[in-house]
Design a protein around this ligand. Structure first.
Ligand SMILES: Cc1cc2nc3c(=O)[nH]c(=O)nc-3n(C[C@H](O)[C@H](O)[C@H](O)COP(=O)(O)OP(=O)(O)OC[C@H]3O[C@@H](n4cnc5c(N)ncnc54)[C@H](O)[C@@H]3O)c2cc1C
Length: 1012
């Protein structure tokens, strides 16, 4: 493996090309493309299906936030499509690659689409006339599609494709209806496959996952019994844009199910079918599916049959507990088989702790595992990379992104099963590594997005356009959208009102632009979903039509109408009209706002000198950026200094020492030890930070901040820890083993000491795996030593499951105790007696004699996190870890621009995951540091000096220190201001007004709200 490659310093010089090839257009490929394109590289994004989006496009909502999956994905897809530095090649696969890192030549086979991308307007005339119906892959075969089709309504590119194997013109020269009816003359039966050649400097492989096909497990009846569905089918069933428009019913007979059984680990953790690993996401997505099913139809009774509930990620345990509170039943046992009753109901045979029993359900959902993607073998062959035994990319102990081939990187579910946030972080990490190899070529092939000149509308009468979104049936299934449009069209100054199926789709952006131009509109209202996720997209769209982006207003008729009033469609429609009216009345008073441009300091500040911080600093250097690395203690390395060996038994020392050497010798990195932050001023691109270095002060100027301050080991107060030297924690056991001082004949480990308890609800993710690691080491050294691991669930997620299995094979005994009955320990001079109830043996009491009691304790948040959070003005989660801006799609970004988070300061995690996140923060920071200038916020306050008394209250409340009193008057530094509005609300004389949210604009809205 290329560990030296990862930690090598300095920018590579051999690169000849500033382009990157990305294979796979799922969320991983999309995220990597955007990061690279935004930081000055050209991207070729190769996707084998007709649209980018991958599996995320199929999901209904996402855990644990319950965000609508398509709603958060769609803006990213549109951003990729409209990015001048990204070329999307759909229906394409890689044929060949040659050359060397920095200078590869790639041959891509682009299959015939038979529909001209540049002509198709996605009007849908063709599908009406196509006589052929085939199974619809995107809808998981629940319904049919036509031989000419778009994969899904928000597909990118939004263009039809003809299925060459099913089209009867292409196979038998019959029909041709689509060509006859196409008004754009886009159908081209003469289209042929093409071989295209590209020069790229590096490659990212993100081909994703496939879901396990349960037809091979005949005992569950999938494929034979219509009411047995897979979890991915259930996602489509629940989805408002899915085949049943979100109405939960059985595919067999349209009956609404009441009792639904969810069967876990179908195709995962299964020796018989050869998938030994845990798929990492199924427990959580099943909990999500059960919760959402109940939200749809509260009478649904969901029962989850499981082996272990693996709720190990950020806020997952809370989500699990919420499901329990909602009445979702959890049964610890595996479903052995399913049989069908004459009425379509299903009888489920369960191998429970108490023996086998049967239960009747209306529907069974098989929680299918994630499997290696179908093209992994062929990709591995073409790119000459090694895969592991389970078919995932063979990676090193410290980095999942590098492959065995230099210049070729991997991310997403291709490197192992994982959820969306981990996929997104790893994708950003891959973007960093792929770009640092060709850093010298940054900007050579990239172009800057140019907008048309801004139209001056200040003296024009308002001409408002209103676009009301159906969002599939998300809004349209409840709100009478045509009625809202009809109503909007009669409001004052409205020149255009229309409805759109998905306002965020690529074709609608063009429609908005065309309508603005065609109708000479100068203010736009979109009534759709949340401004939080979609406002930036629409603002960008109106900019492309030549309008200032602040001439835009959004009414959230999804969250505030169709979602909250889903059972009262008439009232939801009336409320939508009210919200649209309010938006229109405000829109007529909107004014264009200028944005200031600021220069960017390309240096970064990295806080924390553990593996995460050091990796980030080295990677910044490889990208060509200088950094200052601030470490509180006198030694670099952080928590990894206390880790004595890795899972494979090898020491981590060599790696850590080489990392420390490298960072200390890197001329681009200034290492400050015994140092901590005292003050942080400024804003993205232009921070000024005061650092206390061993008692003296140092000021540095920089453009971005990476927070990598790690976490702490919980010091237990439980089990007499600290009072008897036979009671220790896992890290102390590791020391005993590594120092050759381990001599016990019997060891009992207790999991979740100080975790998953009322004081600390969360699961600390790594403790089960730590216990397994140490148990294996003991057994390797002394097979006769008895090792018991007492647990609530063993959470060896992903490929760690193989280690759990190995520990079992070596004779480690795992005993599950009931959630609310922790083991008890009696201490005597003869030894330690552990009393535990075995939940698998109907809570039978067991007494274990131990020489050593080892407590598995969680990682807790750093005590000084809140101080740092205050300095940086960033939030902490309720558990005290740093809180990212969007858990799903921006997992390493803070809400404050230019500040990023990585490692265990964000959440407990392994070093490999810390490293991926470290690279991810560099990738995200590079999107800022690589620019000469950036734009500031337009929504800033203005001070009416005639009214200002200079009282200074605004100065006190401003969290960004953006206001000062000059010559007795408040004065706003627009560069520092974040537009929070605190000063406006505080000003006793009403002298400060927030641009874009002026009193008259708000009052006009309020007046219009009570008008009818
Ligand atoms: C039922 C289910 C529910 C889930 N729910 C959640 C959830 O609620 N929250 C969550 O965080 N995660 C969830 N997940 C996991 C989530 O779907 C994945 O983490 C995520 O989609 C992985 O993204 P990816 O880009 O790595 O892969 P994919 O989404 O699989 O994308 C890979 C893309 O690469 C393309 N491709 C493959 N081979 C090639 C090739 N040779 N050439 C070109 N292109 C290729 C594919 O067509 C695809 O478009 C769920 C998964 C399942 C199965």
């Amino acid at each position: 493996m290329q560990d030296e490659f990862i930690v090598k310093g300095g920018v590579e010089t051999t690169a000849k090309n500033g382009a990157v090839l990305i294979v796979g257009g799922g969320i991983a490929g999309v995220q990597a493309s955007l990061d690279l394109a935004d930081s000055g590289f050209k991207v070729y994004l190769v996707e084998k299906t007709p649209s980018i989006g991958g599996h995320m496009a199929q999901l209904d909502k996402t855990f644990p936030t319950n965000d609508c999956s398509m709603c958060i994905l769609s803006p990213k897809l549109v951003a990729v499509a409209s990015h001048p530095n990204i070329e999307i090649l759909t229906l394409s696969e890689i044929e060949e690659i040659s050359g060397v890192p920095g200078n590869f030549t790639v041959i891509v086979k682009k299959k015939a689409r038979y529909v001209d991308l540049s002509k198709c307007v996605a009007c849908g005339q063709c599908i009406k006339k196509c006589p052929i119906k085939v199974d619809y892959e995107f809808e998981e075969q629940l319904i049919k599609r036509k031989a000419i089709y778009i994969p899904f309504p928000q597909a990118v590119p939004l263009c039809y494709a003809i299925d060459p194997e099913k089209c009867i013109y292409l196979t038998k020269e019959k029909c041709g209806n689509c060509k006859t009816v196409c008004p754009a003359d886009a159908v081209n039966f003469e289209d042929t496959d093409q071989l295209l050649e590209f020069a790229v400097g590096s490659v990212i492989l993100a081909p994703g996952l496939d879901t396990f096909d349960p037809t091979q497990m005949g005992q569950y009846g999938f494929g034979r019994f219509k009411n047995v569905v897979t979890s991915i089918q259930f996602e489509r069933i629940m989805c408002s844009s899915g085949p049943y428009e979100g109405h939960i019913k059985r595919p067999g007979d349209d009956k609404e199910p009441i009792e639904i059984a969810f069967a876990q680990c179908i195709g995962s953790r299964d020796e018989k079918i050869g998938n030994l690993y845990c798929s990492s996401v199924c427990c959580m997505y099943t909990i999500k599916e059960a919760i959402i099913a109940k939200e749809h139809q509260p009478n649904i009774k969901a029962t989850i049959f499981y082996i272990d509930i693996r709720a190990f990620g950020k806020e997952f345990e809370d989500y699990y507990l919420r499901a329990k509170k909602l009445g979702i039943e959890f049964v610890k046992s595996k479903i052995a088989s399913v049989s069908e009753l004459p009425n379509g109901d299903l009888e489920v045979k369960i191998d429970a702790d108490e023996g086998s029993l049967t239960r009747k359900f209306d529907m069974v959902v098989l929680s299918v595992g994630l499997t290696r993607c179908r093209s992994s073998d062929s990709l591995a062959k073409v790119f000459d990379i090694e895969l592991d035994e389970q078919g995932f990319v063979q990676s090193s102990e410290f980095c999942s992104i590098v492959t065995s081939k230099e210049g070729v990187f991997a991310c997403g579910t291709f490197t192992g099963p994982k959820d969306i946030p981990d996929t997104v972080a790893e994708a950003s990490g891959a973007a960093a590594l792929a770009s640092s190899l060709i850093a010298k070529k940054r900007g050579e092939l990239a172009v800057r997005k140019e907008y048309p000149p801004e139209k001056d509308v200040i003296y024009e009468r308002p001409r408002i356009g209103v676009f009301v979104c159906h969002c599939g049936t998300n809004i349209g299934g409840v709100v009478d959208v045509p009625a809202v449009v009809e109503y909007a069209s009669k409001l004052p100054y409205v020149e255009y009102a229309g409805e759109t199926l998905y306002t965020c789709s690529q074709d609608t952006q063009q429609k908005i632009i065309d309508t603005i131009k065609g109708k000479n509109l100068n203010r736009i209202v979109v009534a759709a979903c949340s401004p939080r996720t979609h406002e930036p997209l629409f603002r960008n769209t109106i900019r492309e039509a030549g309008l200032n982006e602040y001439l835009f207003e959004m009414a959230n008729i999804r969250d505030q109408c169709s979602w909250v009033h889903m059972n009262e469609p008439e009232k939801a429609t009336e409320k939508s009209k009210d919200l649209v009216r309010m938006a229109v009345y405000r829109a007529k008073l909107l004014q264009p706002l200028p944005k200031q441009t600021f220069s960017v300091n390309s240096k970064a500040l990295v806080v924390g000198g553990g593996i995460t911080g050091m990796t980030a600093a080295i990677e910044l250097s490889r990208q060509g950026f200088e950094s200052v690395l601030v470490e509180r203690s006198e030694r670099l390395g952080g928590r990894l200094n206390r880790v004595r060996y890795m899972m494979d038994g090898r020491s981590q020392r060599e790696y850590l020492d080489s990392l420390i050497r490298q960072v200390e010798n890197d001329s681009n990195v200034e290492v400050l030890k015994n140092a901590h932050l005292k003050d942080v001023l400024g804003f993205v691109g232009n921070f000024v930070t005061t650092i206390d270095v061993a008692g003296s002060e140092k000021k540095i100027e920089h453009g971005a901040i990476i927070v990598a301050t790690g976490g702490l080991d919980y010091v237990p107060t439980e089990y007499d820890y600290g009072r008897d030297n036979r009671i220790i924690v896992q890290s102390q056991l590791e020391d005993l083993i590594a120092d050759g001082k381990f001599s016990a004949r019997s060891v009992v480990m207790i999991q979740c000491v100080g975790a998953r308890c009322p004081e600390r609800i969360y699961c600390s993710k790594i403790c089960c795996i730590e216990a397994v690691k140490n148990a294996i080491e003991i057994k390797k050294r002394d097979p006769n030593c008895s090792v018991y691991v007492l647990h609530k669930d063993i959470r060896t997620y992903g490929l760690h499951e193989l280690d759990y299995r190995k520990a079992g094979e070596l004779g480690v005994q795992f005993i599950r105790f009931p959630d609310n009955e922790d083991p008890r320990v009696e201490i005597s001079s003869e030894g330690l007696k552990v009393n535990v109830k075995d939940a698998s043996l109907e809570n039978e009491e067991l007494f274990l004699q131990a020489d050593l009691l080892v407590l598995s304790v969680p990682i807790v948040a750093n005590q000084d996190s809140s101080e740092l959070a205050q300095l940086l003005k960033v939030p902490l989660s309720k558990d005290g870890f740093f809180l990212e801006v969007h858990m799903k799609l921006r997992p390493v970004d803070f809400a404050t621009d230019g500040i990023f988070i990585a490692g265990t300061a964000h959440w407990p995690k392994f070093s490999k995951e810390c490293v991926s996140q470290a690279y991810a923060t560099v990738s995200r920071a590079a999107t800022i540091l690589s620019k000469d200038t950036i734009e500031g916020e337009g929504i800033v306050p203005s001070v009416n000096e005639c009214k200002c008394t200079g009282c200074g209250l605004c100065v006190e409340v401003c969290p960004f220190r953006a206001i000062e009193i000059k010559d007795g008057k408040a004065c706003v530094n627009e560069a520092l201001c974040k537009g929070c509005g605190g000063c406006v609300a505080t000003c006793p004389s009403g002298a400060i007004q927030q641009k874009h949210l002026k009193d008259e604009q708000i009052i006009e809205m309020i007046k219009s709200a009570v008008m009818e």
